[in-house]
Design a protein around this ligand. Structure first.
Ligand code: NAP
Length: 295
């Protein structure tokens, strides 16, 4: 993802510290125009316990969408559920592992009996691991592919027939710029994210005539736990031959806008893709990366 040959030599004196707490606004950043149809819809967000998934859940709640929150950590989910409920919408939250079909079926059955049929699915659950190909662990490869690629297949299977019947649906898959450009030491992650774009395109064509749109969102570096752990990981810095203490600054400066993206910015794009205004956008993979990649 990053061209380290272009790492900028003189570092700014001001140290940039990535916060681990996403900056979440209390209100949706969207005015209601074009978003009216979302109010009363039901959205399921995977990986909603923190980071980008949390921001998406709160953005949609701010637009009047009923929210089903899933991830493995029930304690964190409860905290997000309380934040979402503060918008006055109905909220369901329950532990759900996207690699486990039974867990997904159970989640969808209970979520739909509590909130009604799921109209919007945002696949945000994801994991990242650093592994050089020559010594890649097969179990890590499988874990990444199962979470980042098979997970969205299983969650989609659980809701797409209902969307077809009701002739309305929004599916948004959180891929990555690493789904468009190879990233060193992350072959499994890149393969999963490239695969997710292929999955998005195929599904978009399958369901296009039923009023359902399917899109991928491809973020660059977003200020979340995933990015900060990667940027400060000793093994990753060592493989990239960069001093651990300077990694955050070096990578921030490798972004043309020289800043990390806020989870809220990604959430805003996802909300737009769910809106009526975006009904003709389908099968696309849209970058939100501060110019890090250009295609
Ligand atoms: N941050 C970035 O710079 C960046 C850039 C490009 C793309 N992305 C993508 O954006 C998505 C969100 O990333 P993030 O930065 O918000 O990461 P994060 O802060 O690490 O959050 C990941 C989320 O995924 C959930 N999750 C992981 N494995 C799961 C499983 N098996 N079943 C259900 N939930 C699972 C985690 O919850 P539990 O641990 O509670 O299960 C957590 O809620 C990911 O798909 C990631 O690949 C991130």
């Amino acid at each position: 993802m990053l061209n380290l040959d272009q790492a900028i030599a003189p570092l700014p004196s001001k140290k940039v510290v990535m916060s681990l707490t996403p900056h979440l606004s209390k209100k949706s950043s969207h005015s209601q125009k074009g978003f009216e149809e979302l109010s009363g819809r039901v959205a399921w967000i995977t990986g909603a316990s923190r980071g980008i998934g949390q921001a998406i859940a709160l953005e949609l709640a701010g637009l009047g969408v009923s929210i089903a929150l899933g991830s493995r950590n029930e304690t964190l989910l409860c905290a997000v559920a309380r934040q979402a409920a503060a918008f006055g919408v109905s909220v369901f939250s329950k532990s759900c592992n996207v690699t486990d079909e039974d867990s997904i079926e159970d989640f969808v059955r209970q979520a739909e009996s509590s909130l009604g049929p799921i109209d919007i699915l945002v696949n945000s659950a994801g994991i990242y691991r650093t592994e050089p190909v020559s010594r890649h662990s097969l179990s890590v490869w499988r874990e990444i592919i199962e979470t980042n690629l098979t997970g969205p297949l299983l969650t989609t299977k659980a809701v797409v027939d209902g969307m077809i019947e009701r002739e309305w649906g929004r599916l948004v898959n959180i891929s990555s710029v690493s789904g468009k450009v190879g990233e060193k030491w992350a072959s499994a992650y890149c393969s999963s994210k490239f695969g997710l774009i292929g999955f998005t395109q195929s599904l978009a064509l399958e369901v296009a005539k039923y009023g359902i749109t399917v899109n991928a969102v491809c973020p660059g570096w977003v200020d979340t736990e995933m990015a900060s752990s990667q940027l400060t990981d000793e093994a990753w810095c060592s493989l990239n031959n960069i001093p651990q203490a300077e990694s955050i600054d070096i990578h921030r400066l490798s972004i043309p806008q020289e800043r990390f993206i806020e989870p809220q910015e990604v959430a805003s794009l996802v909300a737009y893709l769910c809106s009526t205004s975006a009904r003709s956008i389908t099968g696309q993979s849209i970058n939100i990366c501060g110019g890090l990649i250009l295609h």
